[in-house]
Design a protein around this ligand. Structure first.
Ligand SMILES: [Zn+2]
Length: 75
């Protein structure tokens, strides 16, 4: 009986290690070509804050950090 419990514990530990490796692999992939590392950063024309290009609000070739700053226009 105790051998069975030992087997279950070992199986569970192996499962945890496997899950840990999987998560690390996913994280590595994200770091390799995720949007955070590869996306171009742009500066807001109003306040100069840097943000990912996809999050910027574009207007007439200029980029802003928010809809409000787009409305206010370039400084
Ligand atoms: Zn701004």
């Amino acid at each position: 009986m105790s051998k069975l419990i030992l087997l279950l514990v070992l199986g569970f530990l192996a499962y945890l290690v496997f899950k840990g490796f999987q998560r690390a692999a996913v994280r590595r992939e994200r770091n390799a070509d995720g949007p955070l590392s590869s996306e171009r950063m742009v500066a807001c024309a109003r306040c100069g804050v840097h943000l990912p290009e996809s999050e910027a609000v574009e207007d007439d070739g200029r980029r802003f950090c928010s809809e409000e700053h787009r409305r206010l226009g370039a400084a």
